[in-house]
Design a protein around this ligand. Sequence first.
Ligand code: HEM
Length: 465
Amino acid sequence: SEPPCWPGGWPVVGHAPRFIGDAANAWDQLSHIANQSNDFGGVVSIKIGPRHVYCVTDPDDCYTVASTCLEKDSYYDFVEPWLGDGLVTAKYAVWKEHYKHLHPTFSQTFLDTFMGVFNSQSRRLVKSFEKNAGKGLFDHYTNARHVALETICLTALGVDFSDSSFITEYIDALEPMFGTMVERFSKLWWHSPYAFSWSKLKKTQDYYMKIMQSMANTVLQKRKSEVLGNTCTERSILSGIQFKPFIDILLELSVEKGVFTDKQIREHVDTLLIAGHETTAHVLTFTMVLLGSHPEVQEKAFREIQEVLGSDRDVEKTDLSRLTYLEAVLKESLRLITVAPVIARKIERYVKLKNYTLSAGRTCVLMFHGLHKHPMWGPDRHEFKPERWLEPGKVPDNPNAFAPFSLGRRRCIGKTYAMMSMKTTLAHVIRSYRIKADHTKMRFKFGIVLKPDNDGYYISIEKRT
Ligand code: HEM
């Protein structure tokens, strides 16, 4: 049978009026639907204008959809002019071909070579915090994001932008462009490509997109001539840190095997830049707030870091698996504040779930924030308790209950990269500063990823002696 309908829909427009308003309202509605879905047994259906959208929070049903519906929903077309054939937006046929070539570049062996970059970048973040020590609340997201973008530029592009204005200029174009995309989501009448093509919003979007594409192209062309001419200066600039950036692997594949066009390389690089920095920067920001609000957790993490690392040495790859409490902190943070709360798939042919059947031609949204608050997590599911990850029987034994990086074959390719870099950064930050914050003051908004909506996420820090 069809899943139950979320109450409160209007004729013709359905639930669309509920989404009118700002991004904070959009997040409130998404949270509401997720709760309702959990109350209704894990699936609920909503109507956004003519479009039927299924919203799923049941773990097994999430997995069924993630593993059988591999085509992204047409909502992703909003981002297509920018990210094109990049892995997030690519049509399944292209994705399958490109994924085969890209997957090995995320192997543990390649990622291990990034540890030097992760450490030096973490030290840059610690240093950038220094001026705020003992000075009250400050916006640590700005620093975290700047450093995260620098990190992904180093590892994906092989370019060190720490002494240039590239990062600031990129963020200055990215912010308003992202804004136009979120605005399009929230305005039903601009969902139609035809109506949108005439809008002022599209003009603004194109303006910023051009800036970003031309920045990416400049980097790409420079790198291409270096790779072809075998004069990769950046690698020697980062002396002592030997690694191969993703772009070199893409360029080699395109030169040797003709796998990618220049445009596709640009789209892959843009995808990595955006998917690889906004997410990790927000998770670090939120995790620091949670640590600052739970001093006993923070002290326990600090003691573990002292035990594993001892002196002020760099984090090595073998340390990462020994930082088990820190890992539990990160997982609990990803569970409680799910930075990528929703993804959407196209239902191409009918899909049989545990209790319902989804009809072809519709949209299915997997609500990971709802999955992470499913009653199976227990009565304390709204609380921050890293201990649950370390005590037997305290997390659901369903392998699909935890999906911050999505599920199935199109799950995040950067999961290990993200965990390695975030753990390294937190280890450096926690051992350098004592953090104070109040997570109850945080408000959120939906900006494709989950973002803070007020300054309630600010932290204050004191230097540890
Ligand atoms: C905490 C950090 C991160 C989280 C929570 C996260 C989450 C996700 C999620 C939920 C998806 C599925 C998106 C969808 O289906 O629409 C995804 C896909 C993806 N992520 Fe991540 N991500 C993180 C970090 C990264 C990093 C560091 C990179 C790159 C270095 C990355 C690269 C990608 C790519 C390329 C895809 C598309 C994969 C595919 O379709 O094959 N992500 N990520």
